[in-house]
Design a protein around this ligand. Structure first.
Ligand SMILES: [Zn+2]
Length: 326
Protein backbone atom coordinates (compact mmCIF):
# COMPACT_ATOMS: atom_id res chain seq x y z
CA UNK A 1 0.00 0.00 0.00
CA UNK A 2 1.20 3.50 -0.79
CA UNK A 3 2.01 5.58 2.23
CA UNK A 4 3.16 8.65 0.29
CA UNK A 5 0.91 10.54 -2.13
CA UNK A 6 1.51 9.73 -5.81
CA UNK A 7 4.48 11.59 -7.29
CA UNK A 8 2.70 12.61 -10.48
CA UNK A 9 0.91 15.45 -8.70
CA UNK A 10 3.99 17.23 -7.38
CA UNK A 11 7.06 16.02 -5.57
CA UNK A 12 7.41 19.15 -3.47
CA UNK A 13 4.38 20.11 -1.43
CA UNK A 14 5.81 23.46 -0.31
CA UNK A 15 6.39 24.46 -3.92
CA UNK A 16 2.82 23.43 -4.73
CA UNK A 17 1.46 25.87 -2.21
CA UNK A 18 3.68 28.72 -3.43
CA UNK A 19 3.16 28.10 -7.12
CA UNK A 20 -0.57 27.58 -6.88
CA UNK A 21 -2.05 29.20 -10.01
CA UNK A 22 -5.07 30.52 -8.13
CA UNK A 23 -4.55 32.70 -5.07
CA UNK A 24 -7.63 31.19 -3.44
CA UNK A 25 -7.07 29.20 -0.30
CA UNK A 26 -9.46 26.67 1.17
CA UNK A 27 -10.34 25.74 4.73
CA UNK A 28 -9.13 22.57 6.42
CA UNK A 29 -11.12 21.33 9.41
CA UNK A 30 -10.97 18.31 11.70
CA UNK A 31 -13.72 17.18 14.07
CA UNK A 32 -11.75 15.62 16.93
CA UNK A 33 -13.82 12.72 18.23
CA UNK A 34 -13.26 9.01 18.82
CA UNK A 35 -14.59 6.24 16.54
CA UNK A 36 -17.26 5.19 19.07
CA UNK A 37 -18.68 8.70 19.60
CA UNK A 38 -20.31 9.16 16.19
CA UNK A 39 -24.07 9.57 15.85
CA UNK A 40 -24.30 6.46 13.63
CA UNK A 41 -23.35 4.30 16.66
CA UNK A 42 -25.20 6.30 19.32
CA UNK A 43 -27.87 3.62 19.76
CA UNK A 44 -25.27 0.90 20.37
CA UNK A 45 -22.68 2.92 22.29
CA UNK A 46 -24.18 4.74 25.27
CA UNK A 47 -22.40 7.89 26.43
CA UNK A 48 -22.05 6.49 29.98
CA UNK A 49 -19.95 3.67 28.51
CA UNK A 50 -17.50 5.80 26.49
CA UNK A 51 -14.84 5.21 29.14
CA UNK A 52 -14.96 1.47 28.54
CA UNK A 53 -13.98 1.65 24.84
CA UNK A 54 -10.29 1.55 23.92
CA UNK A 55 -9.56 5.15 22.92
CA UNK A 56 -7.75 5.79 19.65
CA UNK A 57 -8.34 9.51 19.19
CA UNK A 58 -4.99 10.58 20.66
CA UNK A 59 -2.87 8.50 18.26
CA UNK A 60 -5.16 9.19 15.29
CA UNK A 61 -5.16 12.96 15.83
CA UNK A 62 -1.36 12.91 16.08
CA UNK A 63 -1.26 11.09 12.73
CA UNK A 64 -3.46 13.83 11.26
CA UNK A 65 -1.05 16.43 12.69
CA UNK A 66 1.94 14.65 11.10
CA UNK A 67 0.14 14.47 7.75
CA UNK A 68 -0.66 18.19 7.87
CA UNK A 69 2.96 18.99 8.87
CA UNK A 70 4.23 17.05 5.88
CA UNK A 71 2.55 19.64 3.65
CA UNK A 72 2.85 22.67 5.89
CA UNK A 73 -0.96 22.83 6.14
CA UNK A 74 -2.78 24.56 8.98
CA UNK A 75 -6.34 23.78 9.99
CA UNK A 76 -9.12 24.29 12.51
CA UNK A 77 -9.65 21.45 15.01
CA UNK A 78 -13.16 21.22 16.49
CA UNK A 79 -12.70 19.26 19.74
CA UNK A 80 -15.38 17.25 21.48
CA UNK A 81 -15.22 18.61 25.05
CA UNK A 82 -15.19 15.11 26.54
CA UNK A 83 -12.04 14.33 24.53
CA UNK A 84 -10.42 17.61 25.60
CA UNK A 85 -11.23 16.72 29.23
CA UNK A 86 -9.49 13.33 28.93
CA UNK A 87 -6.61 14.53 26.75
CA UNK A 88 -5.63 18.14 27.59
CA UNK A 89 -2.10 17.36 26.39
CA UNK A 90 -3.49 16.63 22.91
CA UNK A 91 -5.37 19.96 22.89
CA UNK A 92 -2.10 21.74 23.74
CA UNK A 93 -0.22 19.80 21.07
CA UNK A 94 -2.72 20.80 18.35
CA UNK A 95 -2.41 24.44 19.38
CA UNK A 96 1.39 24.29 19.68
CA UNK A 97 1.63 22.97 16.12
CA UNK A 98 -0.07 26.10 14.80
CA UNK A 99 -3.67 25.00 14.39
CA UNK A 100 -6.82 26.72 15.59
CA UNK A 101 -8.81 25.21 18.47
CA UNK A 102 -12.59 25.22 18.14
CA UNK A 103 -15.59 23.52 19.75
CA UNK A 104 -17.55 20.39 18.72
CA UNK A 105 -19.86 20.25 21.79
CA UNK A 106 -19.16 18.35 25.03
CA UNK A 107 -21.24 15.18 24.65
CA UNK A 108 -21.60 15.00 20.85
CA UNK A 109 -25.40 15.01 21.01
CA UNK A 110 -27.51 16.30 18.12
CA UNK A 111 -28.61 19.88 18.81
CA UNK A 112 -32.22 19.20 17.76
CA UNK A 113 -32.47 16.61 20.55
CA UNK A 114 -31.57 19.23 23.22
CA UNK A 115 -33.49 22.05 24.88
CA UNK A 116 -31.95 25.55 24.56
CA UNK A 117 -30.88 25.28 28.24
CA UNK A 118 -29.20 21.91 27.71
CA UNK A 119 -27.46 23.24 24.60
CA UNK A 120 -26.15 26.30 26.43
CA UNK A 121 -24.86 24.19 29.31
CA UNK A 122 -23.15 21.67 26.99
CA UNK A 123 -21.58 24.41 24.86
CA UNK A 124 -20.32 26.38 27.85
CA UNK A 125 -18.75 23.27 29.40
CA UNK A 126 -17.02 22.26 26.16
CA UNK A 127 -15.71 25.78 25.45
CA UNK A 128 -14.33 26.14 28.98
CA UNK A 129 -12.69 22.70 28.87
CA UNK A 130 -10.87 23.37 25.61
CA UNK A 131 -9.91 26.90 26.62
CA UNK A 132 -8.50 25.87 29.98
CA UNK A 133 -6.53 23.00 28.42
CA UNK A 134 -4.66 25.31 26.03
CA UNK A 135 -5.04 28.76 27.58
CA UNK A 136 -6.49 30.31 24.42
CA UNK A 137 -9.93 31.63 23.51
CA UNK A 138 -12.25 29.39 21.49
CA UNK A 139 -14.58 31.29 19.13
CA UNK A 140 -15.60 28.71 16.50
CA UNK A 141 -18.33 26.08 16.76
CA UNK A 142 -19.40 23.04 14.78
CA UNK A 143 -22.46 21.05 15.80
CA UNK A 144 -22.18 17.26 16.11
CA UNK A 145 -23.56 15.62 12.94
CA UNK A 146 -24.33 19.03 11.36
CA UNK A 147 -27.38 19.10 13.62
CA UNK A 148 -28.30 22.78 13.54
CA UNK A 149 -31.44 22.41 11.44
CA UNK A 150 -34.64 24.42 10.89
CA UNK A 151 -35.94 23.01 14.22
CA UNK A 152 -33.17 24.50 16.34
CA UNK A 153 -32.03 27.77 14.76
CA UNK A 154 -32.24 29.18 18.31
CA UNK A 155 -28.84 27.58 18.85
CA UNK A 156 -27.23 30.32 16.75
CA UNK A 157 -28.29 33.05 19.15
CA UNK A 158 -26.93 31.06 22.10
CA UNK A 159 -23.60 30.63 20.30
CA UNK A 160 -23.34 34.39 19.74
CA UNK A 161 -24.26 35.04 23.39
CA UNK A 162 -21.63 32.54 24.58
CA UNK A 163 -18.87 34.39 22.75
CA UNK A 164 -18.60 32.50 19.47
CA UNK A 165 -17.87 34.62 16.39
CA UNK A 166 -18.46 31.93 13.77
CA UNK A 167 -20.23 28.65 13.20
CA UNK A 168 -19.82 25.89 10.62
CA UNK A 169 -22.81 23.62 11.30
CA UNK A 170 -25.46 24.27 8.64
CA UNK A 171 -25.21 21.79 5.77
CA UNK A 172 -27.33 22.97 2.81
CA UNK A 173 -28.34 19.46 1.71
CA UNK A 174 -31.07 16.81 2.08
CA UNK A 175 -29.96 14.02 4.45
CA UNK A 176 -31.77 11.62 6.78
CA UNK A 177 -29.94 12.91 9.89
CA UNK A 178 -29.15 16.57 9.20
CA UNK A 179 -29.19 19.48 6.76
CA UNK A 180 -31.14 22.60 5.79
CA UNK A 181 -31.72 22.02 2.05
CA UNK A 182 -32.58 25.65 1.20
CA UNK A 183 -29.77 27.25 3.23
CA UNK A 184 -27.15 29.43 1.54
CA UNK A 185 -24.14 27.59 0.15
CA UNK A 186 -21.51 30.28 0.71
CA UNK A 187 -20.49 32.19 3.86
CA UNK A 188 -23.05 34.58 5.31
CA UNK A 189 -23.71 36.43 8.55
CA UNK A 190 -26.53 36.03 11.05
CA UNK A 191 -27.43 39.19 12.92
CA UNK A 192 -29.78 40.19 15.74
CA UNK A 193 -31.41 43.50 16.57
CA UNK A 194 -29.15 43.96 19.62
CA UNK A 195 -26.07 44.06 17.39
CA UNK A 196 -24.90 40.47 17.94
CA UNK A 197 -23.53 38.69 14.87
CA UNK A 198 -22.39 35.21 13.94
CA UNK A 199 -20.57 34.33 10.71
CA UNK A 200 -21.70 31.06 9.11
CA UNK A 201 -19.35 28.92 6.97
CA UNK A 202 -21.20 26.05 5.25
CA UNK A 203 -19.38 22.88 4.19
CA UNK A 204 -18.89 22.61 0.42
CA UNK A 205 -21.66 21.51 -1.96
CA UNK A 206 -21.97 21.18 -5.72
CA UNK A 207 -25.13 22.22 -7.54
CA UNK A 208 -26.57 19.58 -9.86
CA UNK A 209 -30.09 19.41 -11.30
CA UNK A 210 -31.35 22.00 -8.80
CA UNK A 211 -30.03 19.93 -5.89
CA UNK A 212 -27.08 20.59 -3.57
CA UNK A 213 -24.69 17.64 -3.43
CA UNK A 214 -22.21 17.24 -0.56
CA UNK A 215 -18.52 17.10 -1.47
CA UNK A 216 -14.99 17.18 -0.02
CA UNK A 217 -15.75 16.15 3.55
CA UNK A 218 -16.03 13.05 5.74
CA UNK A 219 -17.67 10.09 4.01
CA UNK A 220 -18.15 12.11 0.80
CA UNK A 221 -14.40 12.69 0.59
CA UNK A 222 -13.64 9.11 1.59
CA UNK A 223 -16.18 7.20 -0.53
CA UNK A 224 -16.69 9.34 -3.67
CA UNK A 225 -13.96 9.25 -6.36
CA UNK A 226 -11.06 11.68 -6.07
CA UNK A 227 -12.09 13.13 -9.46
CA UNK A 228 -15.44 14.23 -8.02
CA UNK A 229 -13.76 16.05 -5.17
CA UNK A 230 -11.15 17.56 -7.47
CA UNK A 231 -13.92 18.86 -9.74
CA UNK A 232 -15.37 20.68 -6.75
CA UNK A 233 -12.06 22.48 -6.12
CA UNK A 234 -11.92 23.52 -9.78
CA UNK A 235 -15.48 24.85 -9.77
CA UNK A 236 -15.05 26.65 -6.45
CA UNK A 237 -11.84 28.33 -7.63
CA UNK A 238 -12.76 29.17 -11.21
CA UNK A 239 -16.55 29.68 -11.19
CA UNK A 240 -17.49 30.59 -7.64
CA UNK A 241 -14.31 32.27 -6.36
CA UNK A 242 -15.14 30.63 -3.02
CA UNK A 243 -13.27 28.43 -0.56
CA UNK A 244 -13.95 24.72 -0.23
CA UNK A 245 -14.54 23.87 3.43
CA UNK A 246 -12.98 20.40 3.86
CA UNK A 247 -13.72 18.32 6.96
CA UNK A 248 -12.43 15.01 8.26
CA UNK A 249 -12.28 12.95 11.46
CA UNK A 250 -9.23 11.31 13.06
CA UNK A 251 -11.00 7.89 12.97
CA UNK A 252 -11.31 8.16 9.19
CA UNK A 253 -7.59 7.45 8.73
CA UNK A 254 -7.66 4.44 11.09
CA UNK A 255 -8.53 1.22 9.21
CA UNK A 256 -7.62 -0.88 12.28
CA UNK A 257 -10.22 0.60 14.65
CA UNK A 258 -12.42 -1.93 16.50
CA UNK A 259 -15.64 -2.71 14.61
CA UNK A 260 -18.93 -1.80 16.27
CA UNK A 261 -22.11 -3.75 15.54
CA UNK A 262 -24.65 -1.36 14.03
CA UNK A 263 -27.10 -1.02 11.16
CA UNK A 264 -25.74 -1.79 7.69
CA UNK A 265 -26.14 1.82 6.52
CA UNK A 266 -24.19 3.12 9.53
CA UNK A 267 -21.45 0.56 9.02
CA UNK A 268 -21.19 1.44 5.32
CA UNK A 269 -20.90 5.15 6.09
CA UNK A 270 -18.32 4.62 8.81
CA UNK A 271 -16.04 1.85 7.51
CA UNK A 272 -15.88 2.29 3.72
CA UNK A 273 -12.50 3.35 2.29
CA UNK A 274 -10.75 4.00 5.62
CA UNK A 275 -7.56 2.61 4.09
CA UNK A 276 -7.35 5.20 1.32
CA UNK A 277 -8.28 8.28 3.32
CA UNK A 278 -4.71 9.31 4.31
CA UNK A 279 -3.62 9.23 0.68
CA UNK A 280 -6.66 11.18 -0.43
CA UNK A 281 -6.02 13.86 2.17
CA UNK A 282 -2.32 13.94 1.27
CA UNK A 283 -3.18 14.58 -2.36
CA UNK A 284 -5.56 17.41 -1.43
CA UNK A 285 -2.88 19.01 0.74
CA UNK A 286 -0.39 18.67 -2.10
CA UNK A 287 -2.62 20.28 -4.73
CA UNK A 288 -4.34 23.03 -2.75
CA UNK A 289 -3.54 25.65 -0.20
CA UNK A 290 -5.44 25.60 3.09
CA UNK A 291 -5.88 27.86 6.07
CA UNK A 292 -7.72 28.03 9.37
CA UNK A 293 -11.14 29.60 9.90
CA UNK A 294 -9.57 32.26 12.13
CA UNK A 295 -7.36 33.34 9.18
CA UNK A 296 -10.38 33.54 6.87
CA UNK A 297 -12.29 35.60 9.43
CA UNK A 298 -9.32 37.94 9.99
CA UNK A 299 -8.95 38.40 6.21
CA UNK A 300 -12.63 39.25 5.86
CA UNK A 301 -12.43 41.72 8.74
CA UNK A 302 -9.37 43.42 7.21
CA UNK A 303 -11.08 43.65 3.80
CA UNK A 304 -14.21 45.13 5.39
CA UNK A 305 -12.14 47.82 7.16
CA UNK A 306 -10.30 48.58 3.91
CA UNK A 307 -13.49 48.89 1.87
CA UNK A 308 -15.58 50.55 4.53
CA UNK A 309 -18.18 48.71 6.54
CA UNK A 310 -20.83 49.32 3.86
CA UNK A 311 -19.15 46.72 1.68
CA UNK A 312 -19.95 43.97 4.20
CA UNK A 313 -22.01 41.04 2.97
CA UNK A 314 -25.77 41.30 3.45
CA UNK A 315 -26.95 39.98 6.81
CA UNK A 316 -29.48 37.27 7.50
CA UNK A 317 -31.63 38.73 10.28
CA UNK A 318 -32.89 36.28 12.85
CA UNK A 319 -35.56 37.04 15.44
CA UNK A 320 -34.33 36.82 19.02
CA UNK A 321 -35.54 33.95 21.22
CA UNK A 322 -37.77 36.35 23.21
CA UNK A 323 -39.51 37.42 19.99
CA UNK A 324 -40.02 33.79 18.96
CA UNK A 325 -41.49 32.92 22.36
CA UNK A 326 -43.70 36.06 22.55
ZN1 LIG B 1 -18.72 14.87 15.15
Amino acid sequence: MMTKPAKKFNANPVATADQHADPLTHVLTVDVEDYFQVEAFAETVKRESWDRYPSRVDANTRRVLDLFDEYGAKGTFFFVGWVADKLPELVREVHARGHELACHSYWHRTIYSLSPEEFREDTRRAKQTIESAAGVAVTGYRAPSWSITKDCMWALEILAEEGFTYDSSIYPIHHDLYGVPGAQRFPYTFAWANGMKLREYPPATLRFMRTNLPVAGGGYLRIFPAAYNEMAFRIFEKDYAQRVVVYLHPWEIDPDQPRIAAKLKSRFRHYTQLKNMSNKIGRLLQRHKFERFCDVLAGEEAAAVLNGRAAEQPLTLLPSMQEVNA
